[in-house]
Design a protein around this ligand. Structure first.
Ligand SMILES: NC(=O)C1=CN([C@@H]2O[C@H](COP(=O)(O)OP(=O)(O)OC[C@H]3O[C@@H](n4cnc5c(N)ncnc54)[C@H](O)[C@@H]3O)[C@@H](O)[C@H]2O)C=CC1
Ligand SMILES: O=C(O)/C=C/C=C(\O)C(=O)O
Length: 490
């Protein structure tokens, strides 16, 4: 690993350092990888490609910084987290523009929704830390005192579909808890992590508390999760990668949190407000379908299926697909040529198996895939069972509430579910029986950091958000003190 002075690229007018951030210094690698912009497939720059040496250096930096950060009083840690939030807000436009250039998600969403949430992640956990009470209670005169001790260096591995949002979802509670962090961002969207390192340093975060190692999953990512110096692993991404990470975690008995994919249903009952249901369905094309929570399986009660499909088709046809920097754009590109090939492979195989493309069903130019709705799909088919992670929905019909619930639960996932119905009793009955970490009724993507977030079955292990995130990054300790034994007899 060598130091180098240069290592900056300019993206959307913003200077971004393409090197690692280790122990409060920039560090280059002998090798690089090319970062592409999904907007036009152009190369944004060469990014440092870390491996074992860079991971070792970053974990050592995180270990060295740990005692000091862990010992920093709560108010001190909270103040730095709030300063990072302010830094994010000051550079919000830059972060939004760089993220859009890097991962192709809509600029308007980054500006108005995503980047404000990034700042909120830090403020939320600063407040959380300061509001931690003393969970004390008495056992036959013995005083129990619960404390949240910092756990140590954490490995955070994050995906490309919401890079900075999902990274800071993990970074903020880890730092609040007094842990130090080594972040390995996704190689398809590495840039905003580098900007965050600058922002955190400017906010006064001590050297080594946050480290960023750039690189490929099979190299830097694998080396990081295998490292015996890591005390927590938090991962968001695909199920196959999660299995590999879990095997590495098992070797060191490292506690881990996994937020994985989904194949979530939207159940539309005949008593639903049909316009609302169609709105909810069309919303599933957000971020070009690259959302773990997306309700990609539309389950519609038979008597309204024809009218639902007619209105949906009309709405989908009105969606504007194009440059994600344009305000009018609704659906941008997909992240990478490999992802577009993967999406198209799913669609081609579904069509070959007898599915019908009511909407779309083909590639657009470049990395743009046409918003697609497939019907005539079997419950056990690949397109109904596997996560596509692109703008591809399926539509199936059901005749009874019982059948709707059975179809909804009939995948190996359990991340989310959405129910559209005008009947409160039905909503209660159905939501009680759905296997999902989050269930929305007549709404979608209403998110709150206080709520538990995560999946059942193969959609994940553990939950993030509020107390669930914070506690994961702590070594919880209960100290029991007897009323007797004091030399002062007091
Ligand atoms: N949020 C979600 O639920 C996400 C789901 N996916 C799903 O995964 C599919 C494939 O996308 P990928 O980018 O290949 O996802 P992935 O799960 O392989 O990548 C996510 C992160 O894991 C890292 N990684 C990969 N292999 C690793 C290893 N052996 N050890 C440690 N870290 C490793 C990557 O560098 C990246 O930072 C998508 O089509 C989608 O279905 C992908 C990204 C996010
Ligand atoms: O924005 C949220 O609250 C959650 C987003 C999660 C994903 O999009 C994901 O993990 O893919």
């Amino acid at each position: 690993m060598s130091e180098q002075i240069t290592g900056q690229i300019t993206v959307a007018g913003v200077a971004v350092d393409t090197r690692h951030w280790i122990g409060g210094r920039r560090a280059a690698s002998a090798r690089t990888f090319t970062d592409l912009s999904p907007i036009d497939g152009s190369a944004l720059g060469e990014i440092a490609r870390g491996g074992q040496a860079e991971v070792d250096a970053a974990v050592t930096a995180a270990q060295d910084a740990f005692p000091g950060w862990a010992a920093t009083p709560r108010a001190g840690r909270a103040a730095v987290l709030r300063a990072i939030a302010e830094g994010v807000e000051k550079r919000l436009e830059e972060l939004a523009a760089v993220e859009t250039a890097d991962n192709g998600a809509l600029l308007r969403s980054h500006r108005r929704g995503v980047m404000p949430r990034v700042a909120h992640n830090f403020r939320f956990f600063a407040d959380w830390l300061e509001s931690l009470g003393h969970d004390d209670f008495d056992t036959r005169g013995h005083a129990n005192h619960v404390s949240w001790d910092p756990a140590g260096p954490c490995a955070l591995i994050t995906p490309w579909n919401a890079p900075l949002m999902l990274a800071t979802w993990k970074i903020a509670p880890a730092l609040a808890a007094g842990d130090t962090v080594v972040l390995k961002p996704a190689e398809w969207s590495p840039l905003t992590a580098s900007l965050l390192a600058d922002i955190a340093a400017a906010a006064g975060l001590p050297d080594g508390v946050l480290n960023v190692v750039q690189g490929l999953g099979a190299e830097a990512g694998a080396a990081l999760v295998e490292h015996p110096g890591i005390r927590r692993i938090s991962f968001t991404g695909s199920v196959p990668t999660a299995r590999r990470i879990a095997r590495s975690a098992a070797a060191n008995l490292t506690p881990l949190s996994l937020e994985l994919g989904g194949k979530s249903p939207l159940l539309v009952f005949a008593d639903a407000d049909l316009d609302l249901a169609v709105d909810l369905a069309v919303e599933q094309y957000d971020n070009a379908g690259q959302v773990c929570l997306a309700a990609t399986r539309l389950l519609v009660e038979s008597p309204i299926a024809e009218e639902f499909t007619r209105r949906f088709t009309e709405r989908a046809a009105a969606l504007v697909q194009g440059d994600p920097r344009e305000e009018a754009t609704d659906v941008g590109p997909n992240i990478h040529p490999r992802q577009v090939d993967k999406i198209d492979g799913f669609v081609r195989r579904a069509l070959a198996a007898g599915a019908r493309a009511v909407v779309g069903g083909e590639r657009g130019d470049g990395l743009y895939y046409r918003p697609t709705l497939l019907t005539d799909v079997a419950q056990d088919s690949e397109i109904v069972q596997e996560e596509v992670f692109g703008p591809v929905l399926t539509l199936q019909t059901f005749d009874t509430e019982e059948e709707a619930v059975r179809m909804a639960n009939d995948t190996r996932f359990g991340l989310a579910a959405t129910v559209a119905t005008g009947d409160r009793e039905r909503a209660r009955r159905v939501t009680e029986r759905l296997v999902a970490g989050t269930v929305w009724v007549n709404c979608f993507f209403v998110r709150d950091l206080r709520a538990p977030f995560g999946g059942s079955r193969e959609s994940g292990v553990g939950r993030e958000g509020g107390t669930w995130s914070f506690d994961f990054y702590c070594d919880l300790k209960n100290t029991v003190t007897a009323p007797k034994g004091w030399s002062d007899h007091g």
